[in-house]
Design a protein. Sequence first.
Length: 266
Amino acid sequence: MSLEELYRYARDYMEPKNEGARKRFEQMIGLFMTLELPGNGKVLDLCAGTGIAGAALTKATDAKLLTLVDAREDDLKRSEEWLEMAGIEPEIRLVQGDIRGINKLVGEHDLAVLFGNTMIHFDPFDAVRIFAGVASTLSDGGVFMIEDTDRVYRILYLIGYKEFLVESKGEDHTLASVHEGYNVFRGTFKRSYYLLPGFRKVGEFDFYHWNLSSQLAIGRIFFREVQLIRAEKEGFSRLSDVLIFRGPRREIARHVLEDFSVPYKE
């Protein structure tokens, strides 16, 4: 059972035919256009899904190349729909792979995005490899942007951690998750997902509930500048918070990648 199976049911936010996703796409373009970003360059979209964020960033910066990386090959093929909607025709490269080894998958880029609140799939050791990998592949003036929410505050304080939780509802199904355990080495919570009615199991997944300050701190090791934008407060109601990292420290990143290990069996 894979993430591809899970995102078959939890995907409205990146589905080109979904009205909410289209509005989200327009807000991404609007946000990117307010930022000082390198233009006419190369865009790298990590955990790209259908390519909604990468297409928006390519549109906003008039980029000439868009590289999309995701473990789910079928979604990558949908990226043309967003590009057509944006009215742009950049060179496009589709890469199926694990972004924890991004430095081995792609060459140099100028802009990188990891949107869609996907950091929940990565533990702190994964995060170090991702930040180091991205920093080592960005150009000198490169920028890395992450969209995420503060789950420590939102889940552990505002909502409270739930043993059973309805995650989403579709026209003919409900997706629910159940707590299954905790990994002390990774700091991850294991949850099993089920489709209702019928209680058919979709899969088991490990999640790390990030706060934003931890990501900013890790990012500061590999980048010279960090910034947090509270997107909703800036009028972008369909976006979560956006973390911006500028000026990759590539020598540090490459040194870490050469000598980094984890205290658990992968």
